[in-house]
Write a protein that binds this ligand. Structure first.
Ligand SMILES: C[S@@+](CC[C@H](N)C(=O)[O-])C[C@H]1O[C@@H](n2cnc3c(N)ncnc32)[C@H](O)[C@@H]1O
Length: 222
């Protein structure tokens, strides 16, 4: 599914979020506490949309490694990388088994990826392993709004409109039938906060943005 969607993902993400996805990523990075000079691992990096914002944040003295298990996504990420981004490396790899030693990053980030990993706990344990003590974990994820009126409009939009447009453009609705289902089936913010907390993290904050359509989780390795 990710291989099929890779050529279209930037267009769909920008259009379906009504341009808000870039703001969500920027807000998440500003809340993350990631600073100049940090070594950051960006999991489920896709075409690198978050990695480029992270690279600006860590500057020339920092390093960003973007990992995705879909080779097609990594190919698009590499194509988008201009010469000014010498501080980013994109690699193919699974978020549950990353090729780095323990304690090797100042921060690990995941944007719109956590709910796609079937075994959330093993991904969290891997994130905990590669972070240095005190290192930061930032997760930006799509969530369901709480306001019942807004939720009605939201559900019509994500369950009806998005798959319909997807079918018109990609000739398949499957990726955008999967997307709202995966948001609905993933942990609610307070539950996910407890799960993060039980897997070796502390100082956890949960910030809801755009009426709860997205949520930013921030935590530190204990
Ligand atoms: C919706 S995209 C998000 C891309 C990017 N983070 C962004 O902000 O646009 C989700 C990505 O997660 C990747 N992914 C899903 N499961 C993965 C796993 N177990 N390991 C690595 N990447 C994974 C998919 O290939 C896809 O590129």
């Amino acid at each position: 599914m990710f291989t099929i969607v890779a050529p279209y993902i930037d267009f769909f993400t920008r259009s379906f979020s009504l341009g808000l996805d870039h703001y969500w990523r920027k807000r998440a990075v500003s809340l993350s506490g990631i600073k100049e000079g940090d070594r950051v691992l960006d999991l489920c990096s896709g075409t690198g949309e978050l990695a480029f914002i992270l690279a600006d944040q860590v500057g020339k003295t920092g390093l960003v490694t973007g990992i995705d298990f879909c080779d097609n996504m990594i190919t698009f990420a590499k194509k988008k990388k201009s010469d000014e981004y010498l501080n980013i490396t994109f690699l193919s790899g699974d978020a549950k088994n990353v090729p780095f030693p323990d304690n090797s990053f100042d921060a690990v980030t995941v944007a719109f990826g956590m709910r796609n990993i079937p075994n959330t706990l093993s991904a969290l344990q891997e994130i905990q392993r590669v972070l240095r003590p005190g290192g930061k974990f930032m997760c930006l994820e799509l969530t369901q709004p709480e306001n019942p009126w807004f939720l009605k409009i939201y559900r019509w939009y994500v369950f009806k409109i998005m798959p319909f447009i997807s079918r018109l453009i990609m000739k398949t609705a499957a990726p955008f039938q999967y997307l709202p289902r995966s948001i609905q089936e993933f942990y609610q913010p307070e539950t996910f906060k407890d799960i993060i907390s039980s897997n070796g993290f502390s100082n956890i904050t949960v910030r809801s943005i755009t009426l709860g359509v997205a949520t930013v989780y921030k935590a530190e390795k204990t």
